[in-house]
Design a protein around this ligand. Structure first.
Ligand SMILES: *[C@@H]1O[C@H](CO)[C@@H](O)[C@H](O)[C@H]1NC(C)=O
Ligand SMILES: *[C@@H]1O[C@H](CO)[C@@H](O)[C@H](O)[C@H]1NC(C)=O
Ligand SMILES: *[C@@H]1O[C@H](CO)[C@@H](O)[C@H](O)[C@H]1NC(C)=O
Ligand SMILES: [Zn+2]
Length: 481
């Protein structure tokens, strides 16, 4: 991914994780704001009568991230008061509100009169001086940097509260066009140790979080930019405005050109309603989330839950979304192909079709079979994100065909000819057992591991324990003698 050319990156205030610590020689001053604030009864204003004239002055803090700029060369107070102008004045249009420096009046109680002159001078210099004090002089900025990622490895409350969270992220600064230029990724410290640690999973998680911080975020969708008419990357773009809408069935989707065409190509459908489907589970009703819908884009790096690392793909629809931010030029041909939903048509993955057998990617019941990539044995299951649709999910234990240690030394009558431990071992639906002099109950079909090799497009051979290579027609069945 190439970012649009940017000026030097200025690092201004970091809005998240800001803790006020004033460092004095020899002592760390702790801020007890929260302890004190909770003890104070706050006087609240009476509800505003909508018919009354607007008050003269309102305070506005730069709360939304879109209000920050990448240029902290801003000299005034970060707080600006918005003055309602009641008369036509100068260049200001009648409805415009133009921010003015905030006016804070200091009141010092009388008992402070007992202060010495020296004490008064110090107080005035610190609290009521007309002169600006630079607490932190402007730095040089960062050269050769388009995005600054603050990477924290911490054991935070969020990590403790959510044992399944490996990392989380935010963007914390945007430039004047809304493009994120700085972000934070917190990796939960505990997840870096322990036997279950997986390098691949950690890499994928960092990529997932980074994609959020780079623009795949519900807080940034509305600032994405349309650069289709520009000849140079990032030049003469304009805001796309609202890009998320619900389709006819109530599915929230992102409607931007590259996302639409990537999804249409993926599902092999020209249905114009096909925008990038967003997960509804983490969103309020009718609201937007920052992940793809699991039923439709299972296995995508931007699904809400990342499964086993071998099943996760940096897919074409996700790269298309990054392209449609308008902030990056993306080489879409670098996408990893997504098997889930490939060529399945516009109704794939909907709640009304996932049970009716129209796609072999979904299953019904609770039997054993194969995960759709055939690297794992699977069990037909659902989860909250699948919303009652069911798919073969990797078994909790011993599901990987490529792991030799998953070979179980089964008794003679359980023989099913499995071959584990090869890179080309794959899961097949099989009821294979050994002919015997004894009358055996016919074994049921389940997922079993055999070797395979490709002989052409959609043509392959398989090998079971002790057999030769045999042609196995895709979607068909064979008998092994
Ligand atoms: C895009 O990626 C493909 C595949 O890696 C590569 O062959 C091609 O040169 C890339 N195109 C650009 C413009 O970098
Ligand atoms: C499944 O349902 C869809 C939509 O109702 C329908 O178009 C399709 O033909 C059905 N498929 C089967 C196999 O019943
Ligand atoms: C997985 O299987 C192995 C070998 O059968 C066993 O030792 C281990 O306890 C199992 N783990 C779980 C989580 O079931
Ligand atoms: Zn996420």
């Amino acid at each position: 991914m190439v970012s649009t050319p940017s000026q030097r990156l200025w690092v201004g205030m970091l809005v998240v994780f800001v803790v006020l610590v004033v460092e004095l020689p020899g002592a760390l001053q702790k801020c007890i704001f929260d302890e004190v604030q909770v003890q104070v009864r706050v006087v609240e204003a009476a509800p505003v009568d909508p018919d009354s004239p607007p008050s003269e002055t309102r305070l506005r803090a730069p709360a939304g991230q879109e209000q920050q700029t990448a240029n902290p060369g801003f000299k005034g107070s970060p707080l600006q008061a918005v003055k309602q102008r009641s008369s036509l004045g100068g260049l200001v249009p009648p409805t415009a509100v133009s921010p003015q420096p905030i006016r804070i009046r200091t009141w010092v109680p009388e008992q402070s009169d007992s202060l010495s002159e020296a004490e008064k001078d110090k107080l005035e210099a610190a609290a009521d001086s007309p002169h600006r004090t630079a607490l932190r002089p402007e730095g040089a900025g960062l050269t050769d940097t388009d995005f600054l990622l603050y990477l924290h490895v911490q054991a935070t409350d969020k990590c403790r509260a959510e044992p399944n969270v490996l990392a989380y992220a935010v963007h914390c600064q945007t430039d004047t066009h809304g493009r994120p230029v700085a972000g934070v990724v917190v990796i939960c410290r505990d997840r870096l140790s322990g036997a279950a640690y997986s390098h691949q999973t950690t890499v994928q998680t960092v990529i997932h979080e980074l994609f959020h911080a780079l623009g795949f975020s519900k807080d940034l969708f509305h600032t994405w930019r349309d650069c289709s008419s520009s000849t140079q990357v990032g030049v003469s773009c304009f805001p796309r405005g609202k890009v998320t809408h619900t389709d006819g069935s109530g599915q929230m989707r992102i409607y931007t050109p590259s996302v639409i065409s990537a999804l249409q190509k993926h599902l092999a459908s020209t249905d114009p309603e096909l925008g990038g489907p967003l997960e509804n589970l983490d969103a309020p009703p009718g609201g937007v989330s920052s992940h793809w819908e699991s039923r439709l884009l299972q296995g995508s790096i931007m699904a809400a839950v990342l499964g086993d690392s071998t099943t996760v793909r940096i897919d074409p629809v996700t790269l298309a979304a990054l392209q449609d931010t308008g902030w990056y030029a993306v080489n879409l041909s670098r996408a990893q192909s997504l098997v889930w939903g490939d060529g399945e048509g516009a109704t794939f993955g909907s709640l009304s079709t996932c049970h009716n057998g129209s796609s072999s990617l979904f299953c019904t019941g609770s039997g054993l079979g194969c995960h759709y990539l055939h690297l794992h044995k699977g069990e037909c299951q659902t989860d909250p994100y699948l919303e009652m649709c069911r798919m073969y999910k990797p078994l909790k234990n011993g599901s990987e065909c490529w792991k030799k240690e998953n070979e179980r030394h089964s008794a003679e009558e359980d023989w099913s000819g499995e071959i584990f431990g090869f890179l080309d071992s794959r899961c097949f639906f099989s009821s294979l057992n050994r002919q015997s002099h004894f009358l055996l109950p016919s074994s049921s079909v389940e997922g079993r591991c055999y070797r395979h090799r490709c002989t052409g497009p959609n043509r392959y051979q398989i090998q079971v324990s002790g057999s030769e290579w045999m042609d196995c027609p895709a979607g068909g069945t064979i008998q092994v003698t």
